[in-house]
Design a protein around this ligand. Structure first.
Ligand code: NAD
Ligand code: GLY
Length: 363
């Protein structure tokens, strides 16, 4: 088992990572001084996989529990579903110190987190991430949100959880596409801050994606290394105005690719394309070595992630890339890699260079 502490003054909390940790839920809640009642928020699919068991574990540990399910899918990360949760919380007689246990991927974590932040002006929140993406990213750092009016994560709050429990065993049931979604972010962490992590993934890519998965020891190490980086960024920059921005490597072009493809291209795949675009921009600026870019594209391709765009209109990707971004004098802000293991915020990337790179990244 691995432990990380996020030092944020009164909002400090722990992340525990290991195999079979859901079994320890009663003990973990007691350590936080929580007792009596707990509410589990999940979706029907995860309820069957882990929720019912969690409910029994809570009962065995002396908790009264209430399990609330939402339909599965990004489209349900909405104010309507938040309203539904408030209603169910009220039916469950939730009190100020009743913990909300967000059991699922990033959709459940973001939505249950938002409701926990606002119900009775804030009730305790325990993140129990069950996807690789949620374990390495979304469950950590306190960003909670719902989508609204066609805009992603537009209504939300910074609300740190009281504890994150990443039970590695839950990754055993993850479908291959969801493994890829998380793996793309894992590779991103390697490029931003951890060359050893990148090498670990390079050496073990078939054990992470192949038939022999899951390798729990390997996954524990991978999740730990990513969570440690995110924890450090969040400690330094809780509100995401500085170093935390580095987590957006590959996301500027990535989001544009997702949008222009009408979300046909999934997040992890789009981020992979975005990372290669950022690598190419940095290469052409004489910053990122060609050998590192080759290693990145090879690793993505061995993982089954794309490095090139196909079937999309580059001019629309360019338009979407500039959406919401400060563009001045034909220049845009980008996260760029310096080497594998170090990235930085570049304020003055020429839009013409971005366009050229996107054209060259076209199949
Ligand atoms: P998700 O929550 O939609 O989960 C993906 C799919 O996997 C779902 O169908 C889910 O039911 C299923 N699933 C979850 N755990 C499983 C398991 N153990 N076994 C089998 N199936 C399982 O997607 P996600 O990738 O986890 O999260 C994406 C969301 O996270 C987006 O809404 C995004 O905006 C958000 N996000 C938030 C942050 C943040 O900092 N808050 C960061 C990144 C992403
Ligand atoms: N996923 C980006 C962040 O938490 O800042």
């Amino acid at each position: 088992m691995r432990n990380i502490n996020i030092a944020l003054g009164r909002n400090s909390y722990g992340i525990i990572i290991g195999v079979g940790l859901l079994e320890t839920i009663g003990e973990q809640l007691s350590k936080l001084g929580l007792n009596g009642k707990a509410v589990i928020v999940t979706n029907p699919y995860i309820k069957e996989l882990y929720g019912n068991k969690l409910e029994k574990l809570l009962e065995g540990a002396g908790f009264r529990s209430c399990i609330v399910t939402l339909p599965d899918g990004e489209e349900f990360k909405s104010l309507d579903q938040a309203g539904e949760l408030y209603r169910r919380f009220s039916e469950c007689n939730i009190e100020r110190m009743t913990p909300v246990l967000a059991l699922g991927g990033g959709v459940i974590g973001d939505l249950a987190g938002f409701v926990a932040a606002t119900y009775m002006r804030g009730v305790p929140l325990i993140q129990l991430p069950t996807t690789l993406l949620a374990q390495v990213d979304s469950s950590i750092g306190g960003k909670t949100a719902v989508n609204h009016g066609g805009l992603k994560n537009i209504i939300g709050a910074f609300y740190q959880p009281d504890l994150v429990i990443a039970d590695i065993s839950s990754l055993a049931t993850l479908p291959p596409e969801e493994v890829l979604n998380g793996l793309s972010e894992v590779i991103k962490y390697g490029v931003i801050r951890d060359r050893e992590l990148f090498e670990l993934v390079e050496t073990n890519i078939s054990r992470l994606t192949g038939k022999n998965r899951p390798d729990f020891d390997l996954l524990e190490e991978v999740v730990f290394r990513c969570a440690r980086i995110k924890a450090s960024f969040v400690e330094q920059d809780e509100r995401d105005t500085g170093i935390r921005n580095l987590l957006n490597l590959g996301h500027t072009v990535g989001h544009a690719v997702e949008t222009v493809s009408d979300f046909r291209i999934k997040h992890g795949r789009a981020v992979a394309i975005g990372m290669v675009a950022a690598g190419n921009i940095a290469l052409r600026q004489g910053i990122f070595p060609e050998a590192d870019l080759a290693r990145l594209t090879q690793l993505l391709s061995r993982a089954g992630l794309p490095e090139k765009i196909s079937g999309l209109d580059v001019s629309r990707i360019m338009e979407a890339t500039q959406h919401d971004k400060k563009v001045s004098g034909g220049k845009i802000r980008f996260i760029l890699p310096r080497i594998i293991g170090d990235a930085f915020i570049a304020d003055n990337v020429e839009l013409s260079l971005v366009e050229q790179v996107l054209k060259d990244c076209y199949e």
